[in-house]
Design a protein around this ligand. Structure first.
Ligand code: AMP
Length: 285
């Protein structure tokens, strides 16, 4: 197993790869507490690149809620094992001191980053954009892999890549789910057994709306409100449940193929997010 901690150790391994015309570096940034969703990204990177770097870093600046940061699950030894088994050549666990020589420089992505997650988690996307830019500059990957589970994050990072001319390719991977539909998330570990039992309702409501919106013209807002009421009845505190344009994240009143339905809701102390793209599954699937 090849775990490194400092930027210097990482460079000692990755610098020679940059002299090798055959080598390609795939990069999967994570917060750790790895699950099958993370592993799907690592496996994809291992299929497509000759060398895979996985970073595990609970980035303090993207947590707007201090207790979420404190309680975020951490399991570095198991993470290193899982990442290696999925195909990582190196697992990099940076220190806060290395990543933040100061906190004086922040990247703010405008436009869509102020909506939804940006509105409900002030400063979150500044933290994400800033750490991802630092990680890109240090790892200098050919390709970086992100999960569509965090759909708006994918859009924010795409925008940053375009605007700051990062010389790399981005690839986005479909959401990996439990058999009952719940999107895998490190935060699921913090659900009580009762909360875990109702959590799949999020995906149930997303699919219900996605299926309806595809098949017939109807009052989109009324259906979204029905879903919010159903989830509230199940014990969720819904922050948003909305139909949006997948590129701009602007709210939409009528649905088209390729639009997304996005949700964020709290179940007890745990905040869950999920989304589906309209037309991404067949009605009888
Ligand atoms: P995180 O550790 O939560 O920051 O996630 C690291 C990467 O894994 C991000 O690109 C996430 O979008 C992705 N990811 C998290 N959960 C899933 C999932 N259930 N399926 C696919 N990708 C995921």
């Amino acid at each position: 197993m090849n775990t490194v901690y400092s930027i210097r150790e990482l460079n000692e391994i990755t610098d020679p790869l940059r002299q090798d015309a055959q080598a390609t570096i795939g990069f999967v940034p994570t917060l750790g507490a790895l699950h099958e969703g993370h592993c799907a990204l690592i496996q994809k990177a291992a299929q497509e690149c000759t060398f895979v770097v996985v970073s595990v870093f609970v980035n303090p600046t993207q947590f707007n809620d201090p207790s979420d940061y404190q309680n975020y699950p951490r399991n570095p030894e198991l993470d290193a094992e899982k990442a290696t088994a999925a195909g990582a050549h190196i697992v990099w666990m940076p220190t806060v001191e290395d990543m933040y020589p100061s906190q004086d420089t922040t990247i703010t992505v405008g436009g869509l980053a102020s909506l939804w997650e940006g509105a409900h988690r002030p400063g979150h996307f500044d933290g994400v954009a800033t750490i991802v830019a630092k990680l890109f500059n240090i790892v200098r990957p050919d390709t970086a892999y992100f999960g569509l589970k965090d759909l708006q994050q994918c859009a924010v990072i795409s925008q940053m890549k375009r605007d700051l001319h990062f010389p790399l390719e981005l690839k986005f991977i479909n959401t990996i789910r439990e058999p009952d539909g719940l999107a895998l998330s490190s935060r699921n570990q913090r659900l009580s057994s009762q909360e875990r039992a109702v959590a799949p309702a999020l995906y149930r409501e997303l699919r219900r709306c996605a299926t309806l919106f595809l098949s017939e013209p109807l009052n989109v807002d009324a259906e979204l409100q029905k879903s919010i009421a159903a989830l509230t009845g199940d014990g969720f505190s819904v922050e948003y449940f909305a139909l949006v344009d997948t590129q701009t994240f602007q709210m939409k009143e009528a649905a088209n193929q390729g639009d997304s339905i996005i949700v964020a809701a709290r179940l007890g102390v745990v905040r869950l997010i999920d989304n589906v793209q309209i037309g991404s599954f067949s009605v009888d699937e």
